[in-house]
Design a protein around this ligand. Structure first.
Ligand code: HEM
Length: 422
């Protein structure tokens, strides 16, 4: 049949039909149709896929999401379930959502090989990433992600990182110098050092210099605006009951994140401040690049590559918005992950003096400052310590992807098959 011969009802006759049937009946029919589609998909999915075991829902509305959100250590819950149900299991989420949790290294490797093409970000993650960092690497998917990633890859090569070794040592020595002074000036009383603050300073200054050729100066006592906004964000993690409920419901209804809550206002502030800082860094770097005409090494640095990508016509071109989004992404993604991991490393080393001694002995065998290649290949105990810290205190505890049929895939980066456990 030729589709153009079907007479289409006019909007007024359609509205008259709706009125005669009744708005309520029409709404009910749509709801029934929606429920039918959902149920038949769920049924088809149940028939087609292996059924996984998992914990029962503890709340009709939230599944087990409320328990996870209010737990002091959700990783411990995931581990307990993995012990009981195996390395791949299913958990009930908010309003009937289902999540598959993976904690098997091979399954995670498979996931990462196909990431952003097969496993896409959830609608909630997309909204949150865009609000905080813009349309950069952590937001983009598929072809866009491939292009952005390719433009930045040279900055993360072995050769590029090797050149940055002195930047990492400089930060460590600055902190050591300040701690020595604090200990010497405390005379007989114990010196109190706020380790987490210092690790945040190390993290920020190192990313600033290594990534953007800019010294934020926090190790020299400067309180950069970026530190202020991160601190405010970090100190406001305690959510009221209403906010907790809103956060849980944001998973099926991401629009909730647009509501003006204290947290969303803080997120907006974080994004605006990061944008200002990134814009400033970009303007300054463009100016310096014009002055420094040699600029060959600069082009392998993150900021150098970003500036270069702005001017490209070819496939790797990034818009100004994308460049700023990458800068925000790198600052936000790098800052807390590093500062949290370093802090936990020091806590665990002070809890385990035997490990500390063995690590010190291994490091001293290579003199005061091992080279990048020695750090990478000749220090197996250091490697093991770093892996174990990341395993028991992952700064990114979980990340969620959506696969076809609206099944959530939740992957805990906790690697249970390595190391001896907590
Ligand atoms: C202990 C330190 C770190 C940990 C545990 C960590 C963890 C992660 C994880 C799990 C992802 C994947 C997220 C996802 O799939 O949604 C990721 C992505 C990313 N991280 Fe990190 N990260 C760390 C340090 C850093 C640093 C220092 C930077 C930058 C200076 C950084 C920049 C990024 C970026 C740009 C991405 C997105 C990569 C892409 O999509 O291609 N991270 N990180």
């Amino acid at each position: 049949m030729n589709i153009s011969t079907i007479p289409l009802p006019s909007p007024s006759s359609l509205w008259a039909t709706v009125r005669s049937v009744g708005t309520f009946n029409v709404a009910c029919s749509f709801a029934a149709l929606w429920a039918f589609v959902k149920l038949s998909r769920a049924f088809r999915w149940r028939l087609k896929t292996t059924q996984l075991r998992g914990p029962p829902r503890t709340s009709f509305i939230y599944g087990v999401s409320h328990d996870l959100a209010s737990s002091q250590d959700s990783a411990e819950m995931y581990e307990r379930w993995a012990t009981e149900y195996g390395v791949a299991y299913m958990i009930p989420g908010v309003l009937g959502q289902t999540r598959i949790v993976l904690s098997d290294p091979r399954a995670i490797a498979h996931f990462y090989a196909r990431e952003t093409w097969t496993y896409v970000l959830t609608p909630l993650a997309l909204v949150l990433m865009e609000a905080s960092m813009g349309r950069g690497l952590l937001w983009s998917q598929g072809e866009d992600h491939r292009r952005q990633r390719k433009a930045l890859t040279p900055a993360f090569s072995n050769a590029a990182i090797r050149k940055l070794t002195s930047v990492f040592y400089d930060s460590a020595y600055k902190a050591k110098g300040a701690w020595d002074t604090a200990i010497e000036s405390s005379k007989d009383v114990d010196a109190v050092i706020e380790v987490q603050n210092w690790m945040s300073h190390i993290s920020l200054d190192t990313i600033g210099i290594a990534g953007f050729s800019h010294d934020f100066g926090s190790l020299d006592g400067k309180r950069a605006s970026v530190t202020k906004v991160f601190d405010t964000f970090g100190n406001n993690q305690q959510a009221s009951t209403v906010n907790k409920v809103l956060r849980l419901l944001a998973s099926p209804f991401p629009i909730i994140t647009k509501m003006p809550t204290k947290r969303s206002n803080l997120m907006k502030k974080l994004s605006e401040t990061m944008e200002e800082i990134s814009n400033d860094l970009l303007v300054r770097s463009r100016r310096e690049k014009d002055v420094n005409m040699s600029g060959r090494d600069e082009e392998k640095s993150i900021i150098g590559l970003l500036i270069k990508s702005e001017g490209q016509d070819a496939e790797l071109r990034m818009s100004k918005e994308e460049v700023v989004a990458q800068m925000k992404t790198l600052l936000i993604a790098g800052y807390e992950t590093i500062s949290i991991s370093l802090t936990w490393a020091l806590i665990e080393l002070s809890r385990h003096p035997d490990v500390q001694t063995r690590l010190r002995e291994e490091l001293l065998a290579f003199g005061a400052d091992p080279t990048y290649d020695q750090l990478k290949a000749s220090l197996p105990y250091l490697d093991a310590v770093v892996h174990e810290i990341l395993r028991i205190h992952p700064p990114v505890g979980e990340f969620i992807r959506l696969v076809s049929m609206h099944v959530y895939m939740r992957i805990d980066i906790h690697n249970r098959s390595t190391g001896s456990g907590r």
